[in-house]
Ligand binder design. Sequence first.
Ligand SMILES: [Zn+2]
Length: 136
Amino acid sequence: MSDPTAPPAASLGPDAVYREKLAAGEFCIQHCGTCGTNVFYPRQCCPDCGGGELGCVAASGDGIVYSTTVVRRKPERGGDYNVAVIQLAEGPRLMSRVENIDPHAVAIDMKVRARIAEGDGEPYVVFDPLDGGDAT
Ligand SMILES: [Zn+2]
């Protein structure tokens, strides 16, 4: 077939592409070629304009804490941990965690930087405090 607008038959879904990039050590978000919106979580169509021209761009990894909560867990199961919504410098927000800091010390507007971690064989994005957290 020679239809230039048809996607390649074997193209991966946006989620699979994202995971493949993460496994290769790259944290990518999507950028809409139609309206310029940066998009996360990976999807087929732009949530802003409905366009399907979503390309991958490398995220800077910079972000700030948009909201944060502490999830209680017994010490023998790893202790309390933090769940935060991070606003990326590029605009989109994602649900993640801030690590390498007391989960209670994570604060809104704290600057964080993305890091690719791995658990259960799946790479995922977590964040570290940018300024060494609060204490140091
Ligand atoms: Zn768009």
